[in-house]
Design a protein around this ligand. Structure first.
Ligand SMILES: [Zn+2]
Length: 80
């Protein structure tokens, strides 16, 4: 399971501070989210809000093909 060790800029002077917080790139919305606020599938990550949206999306919804497309990346990565 890979996480990204994020260098996050603090609001104070002093610049970059290393955080030991694992951040994951959500494959659906592309945002970095804390790894514990989402769902891991194989090596990929879906954040909590996207997960909820996907669960609520009907197969007939126009957004559904988008989610399927994003999810397919997981299997492509897995088989690469
Ligand atoms: Zn997301």
């Amino acid at each position: 399971m890979k996480g990204i060790m994020l260098l996050s800029l603090q609001g104070k002077k002093g610049g970059w501070v290393m955080h030991e917080e694992a951040m994951c790139n959500c494959i659906v919305c592309g945002e970095l989210k804390p790894h514990d606020q989402g769902l891991r599938i194989v090596t990929e990550f879906i954040c909590g809000s996207c997960e909820r949206e996907m669960v609520q999306t009907d197969v007939l919804d126009e957004k559904y093909p988008f989610y399927v497309h994003q999810m397919r990346q997981i299997w492509i990565h897995k088989n690469a």
